[in-house]
Design a protein around this ligand. Structure first.
Ligand SMILES: NC(=O)c1ccc[n+]([C@@H]2O[C@H](COP(=O)([O-])OP(=O)(O)OC[C@H]3O[C@@H](n4cnc5c(N)ncnc54)[C@H](OP(=O)(O)O)[C@@H]3O)[C@@H](O)[C@H]2O)c1
Length: 242
């Protein structure tokens, strides 16, 4: 029986690349999505075309606690096992202190920190049984906050702390690690050229990363047998220059 992985927010962008990479490495993949049903179906068909019955899509709004528990249950039912969880889904937008609302706090904290925690909790018994692994997709700005993005930075700092906490608590059965991307894909919201240039000027390797850089790192962490509680920055050297 093939190993199975649940990747959240996997219909597009970095999550889709993680799903494709793990699928190519032999995993059956559960592709979670919230709104992007079209791209999720296209990806599911593509992967099932490569290997029959190797990909399933599941919809869930991670802001709803009941959806989170249901997602875990449905993911295990897909092939009767889950060996790995990749917490990739995320909300991302600026929250200037003068304008931030409680609703924004709730969305960012609940999507980026609470949902990964409760999804990990719901899947912990299954992952322990399978000697599985969790990878959290964090951000270099978890530890060095991005100006104007305090709530997003807080949410990712919480996810980084959770990575270490659960690595201790779920050992020796389950390994828990994080990947901290730098500038990989530009946000979908408008971003002017000057802002992009400013970000690029602070990256020693002078370029953005590719989604596959994150996906390959996830694959490496899932495959390692003696790494837990670690955060691997994939950022072209950006975090050397804070
Ligand atoms: N892009 C970068 O350069 C960069 C840099 C640093 C860190 N990261 C981290 O890397 C990961 C992937 O980045 P990305 O840019 O590919 O992410 P993204 O496109 O901003 O978001 C990924 C997915 O998260 C899902 N999502 C958002 N809110 C949700 C909710 N309430 N419930 C369920 N799903 C929800 C969305 O699914 P639907 O579309 O289906 O609604 C979305 O497609 C994220 O954790 C991000 O913080 C990315």
């Amino acid at each position: 029986m093939r190993r199975s992985v649940l990747v959240t927010g996997a219909s597009r962008r970095i999550g889709a690349e993680i799903a494709c990479t793990l699928h190519a490495a032999g995993y059956n993949v559960v592709i979670h999505f919230r709104e992007s049903s079209g791209p999720a179906r296209v990806l599911e068909d593509e992967l099932n075309g490569r290997r029959p019955d190797s990909a399933r899509i599941l919809q869930a709004d991670l802001l709803q606690t009941a959806d989170v528990a249901g997602l875990a249950e449905r993911a295990v039912s897909a092939w009767g096992r889950i060996d790995a969880l990749v917490n990739n889904a995320s909300a991302f937008y600026p929250t200037p202190i003068a304008k931030v609302s409680e609703a924004q706090w709730d969305e960012l904290i609940n999507c980026n920190m609470k949902a990964p925690f409760f999804l990990s909790r719901a899947l912990a018994p299954e992952l322990m049984q399978r000697l599985g692994s969790i990878v959290n997709i964090v951000d270099i700005h978890a530890l060095r906050p991005r100006e104007g993005f305090s709530v997003y930075s807080l949410s990712k700092a919480g996810l980084a702390a959770m990575t270490q906490s659960l690595a201790r608590e779920l050992a020796p059965s389950v390994r828990v690690n994080g990947v901290a991307p730098g500038a990989i894909l530009w946000p979908e919201a408008e971003m002017d050229g000057a802002e992009r240039e400013q970000i690029l000027s602070r990256i020693p390797l002078q370029k953005t990363g590719q989604a596959r850089d994150i996906a390959q790192t996830v694959l490496f962490l899932l495959g390692s047998d003696y790494i837990t509680g670690q955060m691997l920055s994939v950022d072209g050297g950006r975090s050397l220059c804070f």
